[in-house]
Ligand binder design. Structure first.
Ligand code: 5BU
Length: 272
């Protein structure tokens, strides 16, 4: 099973170039940490990325919350990813019909497909959302995650819904490389289908070492609970790292180092 193989070995389980690049980067940097930088000022965004990037395999963005966005920001983001060797995941959570999501993914002011290696989509519209996004992303070698589960209290993405998300992904392995989920999805909803050798990346938000949640429904588990106990591949950490002060760069750097160590230790424990 995939979660007993090393990240480097697992790059051979995928044909999608973004999946391979993610796994190779994780192995090279010895990091399964993605930092979610949810700040609204582009200068803060760039400063935090520059500080945490040595410790991450991936930076997760919400590009639509940036108040002073202009396209030169994208060039600066790309410069940082070359400097520090990591990938971008734009947490766009597409949820519309194929034609609309293709336009949202390629166009508008953010032109997500042109710079984000990875993005994600809700399976709620059915397989057409994958076809729409793949029409833009596949020629560029991009990857997609489906939201199979969410970290929030009362999430509706459970049971049958989660199983159907996995079946949708299984039929589009060239583009769908994994899930946002709280646990592994290997063989979920397989019924009689042969799913031996199947591998999907599991990226898990809702990770914190101190807090158990926030006042708006977020729920946190530790890196060890996610990676060792639940077999998650990448931990996604936001406020646990950048806290409440986006200017406290020294603290942010120390926290990134700390979460990286915790995530990697849990992975080594899983392999052992
Ligand atoms: P936090 O500060 O670590 O709580 O931020 C978590 C980030 O992950 C934030 O950007 C959310 O939009 C994102 N997220 C999540 O928290 N839970 C989910 O199920 C999904 C995304 Br999908």
């Amino acid at each position: 099973p995939p979660h007993t193989q090393s990240y480097g070995e697992r790059s051979l389980n995928f044909t999608n170039p973004t999946a391979k690049l993610i796994l190779e980067t994780m192995e090279r940097k010895k990091s399964n940490l993605a930092v979610s930088v949810d700040v609204t000022d582009k200068h803060d965004l760039l400063a935090i990325i520059d500080a945490v990037a040595p410790y991450v395999c991936m930076i997760k963005t919400h590009i639509d919350i940036i108040e002073n966005f202009d396209f030169s920001l994208i060039e600066q983001l790309q410069h940082l990813s070359h400097k520090h060797d990591f990938l971008y995941f734009e947490d766009r959570k597409f949820a519309d019909i194929g034609n609309t999501v293709a336009l949202q993914y390629s166009g508008g002011v953010h032109k997500i497909a042109s710079w984000a290696h990875l993005t994600n989509a809700h399976p709620v519209p059915g397989p057409s959302i994958i076809m729409g996004l793949a029409s833009v992303g596949l020629p560029l070698g991009r990857g997609l995650l489906l939201l199979a589960e969410m970290s929030t209290k009362g999430s509706l993405a459970v049971g049958e819904y989660t199983e159907e998300a996995v079946r949708m992904a299984r039929r589009h392995r060239d583009f769908v490389i994994g899930f946002i989920a709280q646990t592994r999805m290997d063989g979920v909803g397989a019924a009689g289908d042969d799913v031996s050798g199947e591998d999907f990346l599991v990226l898990t938000p809702g990770i914190g070492l101190e807090s158990k949640g926030d006042s708006m429904g977020q729920q946190y588990r530790t890196p060890r609970e996610a990676v060792y106990e639940s077999g998650s591949d990448i931990i996604i950490v936001g406020r646990g790292i950048y806290g409440t002060d986006p200017k406290a760069i020294d603290t942010i750097t120390r926290q990134a180092e700390r979460y990286m160590a915790a995530g990697w230790a849990a992975y080594l424990e899983r392999l052992a």
